[in-house]
Design a protein around this ligand. Structure first.
Ligand SMILES: Nc1ncnc2c1ncn2[C@@H]1O[C@H](COP(=O)(O)OP(=O)(O)OP(=O)(O)O)[C@@H](O)[C@H]1O
Ligand SMILES: [Mg+2]
Length: 377
């Protein structure tokens, strides 16, 4: 697909809009080709989903493979996961003939598939609905056994995999693991942003998924490579961007993929031939202004203590010990125990994160906005 603006904000638009990730792509492809499951983790918006799509794009011509991508973020239970997977399988078949639909419908009987013919196009269709009265495990076992009968190497990516821990059913991990380990023609990519939860799921002795997958902890894109990517995208459209502007983009966004893409998307949308560091600063301020209503809303969701702590962290940029005397005194935060309580709440709400021992505000633009409040400049 040809895009007007090369700084894409949707998940994946093709390799020409995708920066680097060569090593990670290779690691994932190597794991898949050697039948190893892989768990992909990173903070939010760093590029996990994009990377999976990029890997699938590279493998799209592999005739012996079938690739399924299932984002389970919005599923509420195991039935939801099973029906999404079934829908993805149906969606992948280009020519949905009556024969395929009947065969698939037979295989996943417990999902009560309804086959019908579209009155306008005359094309056969299949509808899968989540049935609360049928055991989701039966559906899971039917879908997996259908896949196992295919004479293909199957790859299933479960994105936002940590969602399974929210399901109300007991032992979802154990149920999934039981089925997954019998799939000898299938590999899995488990991806998610709740790093601690996923690490514990796959590395705690005694957990069903213990050591069942290779870990890939996605890091930031290399600064030099990202700057070159940005420069070349501007040059293609006969525009230029200063070195100082590129450095400032990296500084303001902390090289966090989504924020880089967003700022560059905005910069690219300006009717100017030359991007300077002033343009970058002005554009960042414009973004903060546009997002103000969201930030005010965040404030409503937090208690006074939590907001004060968040603001203090933002003004420091990063903090190693928020309960230290100096930090508390500097920002008049109360007692170490009230700071501790506020900090736990902020972690839970994903408003802050801990990276390399340093606590930071999760949303980088929000952090800039917070730091500028009450600031004299
Ligand atoms: N290598 C890349 N080059 C350019 N843009 C990228 C790259 N990787 C991701 N992006 C863009 O960055 C944004 C965030 O990426 P993505 O949605 O893949 O992150 P994620 O880690 O899956 O986030 P979340 O945890 O919220 O699901 C998207 O707009 C995506 O298009
Ligand atoms: Mg994602």
């Amino acid at each position: 697909m040809k895009m007007e603006n090369p700084f894409v904000l949707s998940v994946y638009a093709g390799p020409q809009y995708f920066c680097d990730r060569e090593k990670e792509t290779e690691t994932l492809i190597n794991a898949i080709k050697n039948q190893r499951n892989i768990t992909l983790i990173s903070y939010r918006r760093l590029g996990k989903s994009g990377l999976i799509k990029h890997v699938f794009y590279q493998l799209r011509e592999e005739k012996s493979m079938k690739l399924f991508y299932v984002d389970i973020m919005d599923t509420e239970n195991l039935s939801g996961l099973v029906s999404l997977l079934a829908k993805e399988i149906i969606g992948q078949v280009d020519n949905k003939t009556m024969r395929f639909l009947k065969k698939f419908g037979e295989a996943v009987k417990s999902l009560r598939p309804k086959i019908s013919v579209d009155p306008l196009t005359g094309q056969p269709e299949i509808e899968i609905s989540v049935q609360h009265d049928s055991a989701p495990e039966t559906g899971l076992s039917e879908v997996f056994s259908y896949l196992q009968k295919q004479n293909k190497h199957i790859v299933i990516a479960f994105d936002e995999f940590q969602q399974i821990t929210e399901y109300p059913e007991m032992n979802v991990e154990a149920i999934l693991r039981k089925h997954i380990q019998h799939m000898d023609n299938t590999n899995f990519i488990f991806s998610g942003s709740k790093k601690h939860m996923l690490i514990s799921m796959f590395s705690d002795y005694g957990k069903p998924f213990y050591q069942s997958a290779q870990m890939l902890d996605l890091e930031k894109i290399d600064t030099k490579i990202y700057k070159e990517f940005i420069r070349s995208r501007f040059e293609i459209s006969k525009r230029s961007i200063d070195d100082s502007a590129l450095d400032l983009i990296m500084e303001y966004t902390q090289v966090h993929t989504f924020y880089v893409q967003y700022l560059c998307n905005k910069l690219y949308g300006l009717p100017v031939k030359k991007i300077t560091s002033e343009t970058v600063t002005d554009t960042l301020l414009k973004i903060l202004e546009e997002n103000e209503v969201i930030y005010h809303n965040y404030k409503v969701l937090l208690t006074g203590n939590q907001f004060k702590l968040l603001e203090a962290i933002a003004r420091e940029g990063s903090v190693s010990k928020p309960t230290s005397k100096e930090f508390i005194a500097k920002y008049e935060l109360g007692t170490p125990s009230s700071v501790g309580t506020a900090m736990n709440a902020l972690f839970k709400k994903e408003m802050i994160l801990k990276d390399d021992g340093l606590i930071k505000v999760y949303d980088i633009f929000f952090s800039h906005w917070l730091a500028r409040r009450n600031a004299t400049v």
